[in-house]
Design a protein around this ligand. Structure first.
Ligand code: NAD
Length: 481
């Protein structure tokens, strides 16, 4: 069995413990054994990143851009291998996995290009003869903690801006899907980055992740994962050295389908939003809030579409929905199906596991006649399960959509410009989509939510600079000549 080690201070470092990484499409397939870090590995990685900081942060922007471009080229050159690994360990279809790998390459390209933009601003001072300039400085060592559902896109969209703006990195990928991030680390190891500027320590969140948050030497933590873990990450990060913290958390995203909607568009947006990537997306449209006037027709067309979804081995051509990523997640999905029935929901499609394979296969699942305040409509399920909630008017639908603790993305399908603009103004979400799936995330624009979905500055695009740098303000009083 192949063993995969940590990458610390420019070297591959073995561990005392290793954990198996298994393919959720075929549990007989063990991908490899991945190192499980602890106190020693995290301390060595943070130390290496601290040593590398004065070196890497002094590289000129053009030199840093060249390194980032080489990483992008490395990802592109190994696109098929990365997509195969992603699909094999996480269960996304090969088409979805390839899209995610391309996005990771494009993210490194984007931040290489962003380094060519100006870094600060100048101002006239309020007093005579004073000029003021601002400058952006890197934070220092940044800790990156990522979830299992985007094993390369999220490591890329955190690592690329961290390195671009001169920080050094210790990354801890999700213990369920370390393989794709390990390959990314291997690509980075050939990029010309100085030793210690990027370190990978794999293992459990409760040990490796928690130790990273606890260390005062780490100056920023960027975390994506569940809201519950995010709360403890933020508390520890602030308690231990007042670190800067960025959290991207869960969602319970509404898609409104109004009586004036193009229903084909509505069904396509619901299907992609709720069942794309097996519903395992923070931006998934798990609440479908549908106007009573079109509810019956919408439900009929959506069910027809669900019948066409081909669930199977993520790497088989023809599969359009891969497996659920783990036994724990599958059990959670099934528990919520049972709960939805207990709460009084009508199961109109799916709800069961699928036999015939050695993986965690589950049918796409749709409930109707559900109440917005039920637990299945308030708690993040994170599986291929959606509920239809009826609304008698646009304003009722808007009220329902906002009645939830989360606020990541929210969409509306309507032909009315007035309703679309009103929704954009009043929806309590960080990402608002009009006539599109709630799961769109272009890489060059801000990404993040409100309420229990996010904390700290936005990710991606030009916003990333706000988190990964700190602003200094320099006042100069020019003397007489
Ligand atoms: P999780 O919170 O269980 O784990 C996320 C990461 O945190 C993992 O690497 C884990 O090992 C680590 N971790 C666990 N306990 C820790 C601790 N005490 N201290 C430090 N780190 C710890 O989440 P998950 O199950 O991997 O991912 C699913 C969740 O992620 C969902 O809630 C989903 O909505 C969310 N998510 C959010 C976004 C977003 O951008 N908003 C994107 C993708 C996923």
């Amino acid at each position: 069995m192949t063993r995969f080690d940590h990458f610390i201070n420019g070297e591959w470092i073995p561990s005392k413990d290793y954990a198996e990484n298994r393919n959720p499409s075929d549990l007989r397939d063990v991908i490899g054994e991945y190192a499980q870090g602890g106190v020693d590995e995290i301390a060595a990685a943070i130390d290496a990143a601290q040593q590398a900081f004065p070196v890497w942060s002094q590289y000129a922007p053009g030199e840093r851009a060249s390194v980032l471009r080489r990483i992008a080229e490395g990802i592109t050159a190994r696109e098929a291998e990365l997509a195969d690994m992603l699909s094999r360990e996480e269960g996304k279809t090969l088409v979805e996995a390839t899209g995610e790998v391309r996005r990771a390459a494009a993210t490194f390209e984007y931040y290489a290009a962003d380094l060519l933009r100006s870094r600060g601003e100048t101002f006239d001072g309020l007093g005579r003869g004073t000029s003021i300039e601002t400058d952006r400085r890197p934070l220092g060592v940044v800790g990156i903690i990522t979830p299992w559902n985007y094993p390369i896109a999220i490591p890329a969209w955190k690592t690329a801006p961290a390195l671009a703006y001169g920080n050094t990195v210790v990354i801890k990928p999700a213990d369920l899907t370390p393989g794709t991030c390990w390959l990314l680390a291997e690509i980075i190891s050939h990029s010309g980055l100085p030793r210690g500027a990027f370190n990978l320590v794999m293992g459990k969140g409760s040990t490796v992740g928690a130790l990273l948050c606890d260390s005062p030497a780490v100056r920023g933590i960027t975390f994506t994962g569940s809201t519950a873990v995010g709360r403890s990450v933020a508390a520890s990060a602030i308690r231990n050295g007042m670190k800067k913290v960025q959290l991207e958390l869960g969602g319970k995203n509404p898609l409104l389908v109004m009586d004036d909607a193009d229903l084909d568009l509505g069904v396509a947006a619901a299907c992609d939003g709720a069942f794309g990537s097996t519903g395992q997306r923070c931006t998934a449209s798990s609440r479908l809030i549908v106007h009573e006037a079109v509810r019956e027709e919408f439900t009929k067309r959506l069910v027809e579409r669900l019948k066409g979804i081909v669930v199977g081995d993520s790497r088989s051509p023809g599969t359009t929905m891969g497996p659920v990523a783990s036994q724990t997640q599958l059990q959670q999905d099934l528990d919520y199906v049972a709960l939805g029935q207990e709460e009084g929901g009508r199961l109109v499609f799916g709800g069961e596991t699928m036999s015939g394979g050695e993986g965690y296969f589950m049918q796409p699942t749709l409930f109707t006649d559900t109440g917005n305040d039920w637990r299945i409509n308030q708690e993040e399920i994170f599986g291929p399960i959606a509920s239809i909630i009826s609304a008698g008017s646009y304003s009722e639908a808007l009220g329902l959509s906002n009645s939830v603790a989360y606020g990541l993305s929210a969409g509306i399908v309507t032909r009315s410009l007035a309703r679309a603009r009103d929704f954009a103004a009043k929806s309590e979400a960080g990402i608002i989509t009009i006539n599109r799936s709630t799961a769109v995330t272009d890489l060059h624009v801000p990404f993040g939510g409100v309420k229990a979905s996010s904390y700290g500055s936005r990710e991606q695009g030009t916003s990333a600079r706000d988190f990964f740098t700190t602003t200094t303000t320099v006042y100069t009083l020019a003397g007489e000549v």
